[in-house]
Design a protein around this ligand. Structure first.
Ligand SMILES: CC(C)(COP(=O)(O)OP(=O)(O)OC[C@H]1O[C@@H](n2cnc3c(N)ncnc32)[C@H](O)[C@@H]1OP(=O)(O)O)[C@@H](O)C(=O)NCCC(=O)NCCS
Length: 139
């Protein structure tokens, strides 16, 4: 019988900056083996990143917003809703806050999982010639 997935929160290492240390990483393990992870990061900590700057010019972040992602689920666990489960865990940790994320337009699995979670689709932006969809959700 398959063991249940267990969720764990990992703190960023010291040296990540005060803003980053407040934002957790969700790690999903099955039978002790990492099967997925999801990162939350403060807007301030990522404000120097070009793609984040492009997104925020098009879609200014509401107060108390954080960036959600990257998210990754190991291949053998995909299609079972694990990405949504990690997001639920993250929301419990950051209640009342808005999560913003962006997904490349051709990443169909990620777009589908974001839509299934009921996230609001804010629109699209283009960075380095690629189109990205922006999602937001307030707990
Ligand atoms: C995007 C990702 C996190 C989704 O995780 P997940 O736990 O599989 O999400 P879901 O179970 O909700 O499945 C989402 C979609 O993946 C697709 N999918 C289903 N089974 C799959 C499989 N075995 N392998 C790949 N994709 C699959 C389907 O399109 C599914 O949507 P549907 O259920 O409406 O048909 C995962 O595919 C992943 O880690 N991809 C690589 C990293 C990545 O692109 N991360 C996101 C960057 S923004």
């Amino acid at each position: 019988m398959k063991m249940a997935v267990v969720f764990q929160f990992v703190k960023r290492p010291t040296g990540s900056g005060a803003q980053c240390r407040k934002c957790p990483i969700v790690v999903a393990r099955r039978d002790g083996v990492v099967v997925g992870y999801a990162l939350a990061t403060s807007i301030a900590a990522k404000s120097h990143v070009g793609i984040v700057q492009t997104m925020l010019r098009a879609f200014p972040a509401p107060p108390n917003c954080y960036l959600y992602g990257p998210v990754c689920v190991t291949e053998s666990e995909r299609g079972n809703g694990l990405a949504a489960m990690m997001y639920q865990e993250m929301r419990k940790r950051l209640p009342g806050r808005t999560a913003m994320s962006f997904v490349r337009f051709d990443n169909i699995p990620s777009i589908r999982t974001n839509r299934k979670m009921g996230k609001m689709e804010l629109g699209e932006f283009i960075h380095d010639g690629e189109s990205y969809i922006v999602f937001a959700f307030t707990s």
